[in-house]
Design a protein around this ligand. Structure first.
Ligand SMILES: Nc1ncnc2c1ncn2[C@@H]1O[C@H](COP(=O)(O)OP(=O)(O)OP(=O)(O)O)[C@@H](O)[C@H]1O
Ligand SMILES: [Mg+2]
Length: 404
């Protein structure tokens, strides 16, 4: 049963590409085996996809590079024919899929707008009537006489996006539009997204930007390896997507560790509000940075430092347990395993962060250090920069009782 008012209904969609094997036959081989056929690899890109998009929904599709997102969108747009399965689409759609799809490089912007406008369901008169608007939005007034092949790729993107927005299509299919435009055009696209969402237009958007997903999408589909890994709430799917991206990189490149006789920083990790280890934290949500210390000698007035760095910026933020942790006066004693946990509302901007952790003692200086001890990703924030101050609390806990 199709859902009521489903704008898109996809059932068990499969698409396989046949790709010729890389190794080429030499002339001699070809002469010796004239009837040997070229061998093909089968690339099963979509392996049974089912989902529905409701009318008026802003629907996101995420997934790692090569997971099949663009192939899926091209199947929806009718650019590729599916091998198996069913696709039902209610209403006219306007695709924005790949640079230049549907455009003829030897024609001017005007002719391309008219031809493509008609393909998106406008009458020729309507398409001609909208030309000025399309060009004005794309800010291409000065380039009207140029053939499209002489447009820069950014200019082609502006034209294609503008045309899509000015068509009357009930549904828009958009693949990675923001990746190509410049900053002012990106802002324009965002404004359009807000407006279209308000108007209740059905939109299917492929993006790698989890911030976009959270800001706009009612529901999101996560593709992994040609299958639906997960679908539903934007926040949860965005989180799973980041986990998939980062879980295969448990070892942080460039990690360094220096332990002394007195103690080691045995482990450093990030926890969410429920105390679960996570590779990514949403902006504005509570999280903790935790360190496990192995203590072998008495350390008076111990002090644990965390430093957050990015690839570009050292010490975006630093925290110290001394004078902050309630029980900061107690010495660490031989045999103790100590967990230090810094908790904060996440005020960091989007990006990738590394944590250094060090242990210091009175009159002893630095006792143990782990550089790049863990990494994490922040998403869903609005600031582009990570230079912030974090309000925080800190606790020192004993995991094992003191050995006497
Ligand atoms: N026309 C084609 N012929 C052969 N293989 C193709 C074709 N189009 C895509 N593929 C392959 O299908 C797989 C999925 O590609 P697709 O472009 O759908 O991925 P994607 O999820 O859009 O990735 P990205 O995030 O990089 O845009 C890739 O392995 C790609 O090489
Ligand atoms: Mg793609």
């Amino acid at each position: 049963m199709p859902a009521p008012h489903a704008a898109v209904d996809v059932r068990n969609l499969r698409k396989t590409f046949r790709v010729p094997r890389q190794h080429m036959m030499t002339l001699k081989e070809r002469a010796l085996h004239p009837f040997r056929r070229a061998e093909f690899d089968e690339l099963r890109v979509l392996r049974g996809i089912s989902f529905q998009v409701r009318e008026g929904e802003f629907f996101g599709i995420v997934g790692r590079n090569g997971s099949g997102k663009s192939t899926l969108l091209k199947c929806l747009a009718g650019i590729y024919r599916a091998d198996e399965g069913e696709i039902r689409i209610a209403g006219r759609l306007a695709p924005f899929i790949e640079l230049g799809v549907g455009f003829n490089p030897d024609l001017t912007a005007h002719d391309n707008v008219v031809i493509n406008g008609v393909m998106m369901g406008l009458s020729p008169a309507q398409a001609r009537g909208r030309f000025d608007e399309v060009i004005a939005f794309a800010e291409l007034e000065d380039f009207l006489d140029l053939k499209l092949k002489n447009y820069s790729s950014g200019m082609q993107v502006r034209l294609a996006f503008s045309l899509m927005v000015h068509s009357d299509a009930e549904m828009l299919l958009i693949d990675e539009v923001l990746a190509v435009g410049d900053a002012s055009f990106q802002q324009k696209c965002l404004d359009v997204f807000y407006r279209l969402r308000e108007e209740g237009r059905t939109i299917v958007l492929v993006t790698h930007d989890t911030g976009m997903i959270e800001r706009f999408c009612h529901r999101v589909l996560l593709l992994e390896d040609g299958l639906v890994e997960m679908s539903g709430d934007a926040h949860e799917v965005g989180r799973r997507y980041l986990e998939l991206n980062f879980e295969r990189r448990a070892e942080v490149p460039g990690a360094q560790s220096e332990g002394g006789d007195a103690a080691d920083v045995a482990d450093v990790w990030i926890e969410d509000a429920e105390g679960k280890r996570v590779p990514a934290v949403a902006h504005g949500e509570p999280f903790s940075v935790c360190a496990l210390l192995d203590v072998r000698e008495r350390i008076d007035r111990p002090d644990v430092h965390f430093a957050f760095n990015t690839d570009e910026v050292l010490n975006v933020f630093g925290a110290t347990s001394r004078a902050v942790a309630a029980n900061d006066d107690e010495p660490f004693l031989p045999g103790e395993r100590i967990v230090v946990r810094m908790t904060s509302e996440n005020a960091l901007g989007d990006g990738r962060y590394f944590v250094d952790c060090s242990l210091h003692g009175a009159e002893r200086g630095m006792i143990a250090f782990r550089g790049r001890a863990c990494e994490f990703v922040v998403f869903g924030g609005t600031t582009g920069s990570g230079l912030v101050s974090l309000p925080h609390t800190m606790r020192v806990e004993r995991e094992m009782e003191r050995v006497t």
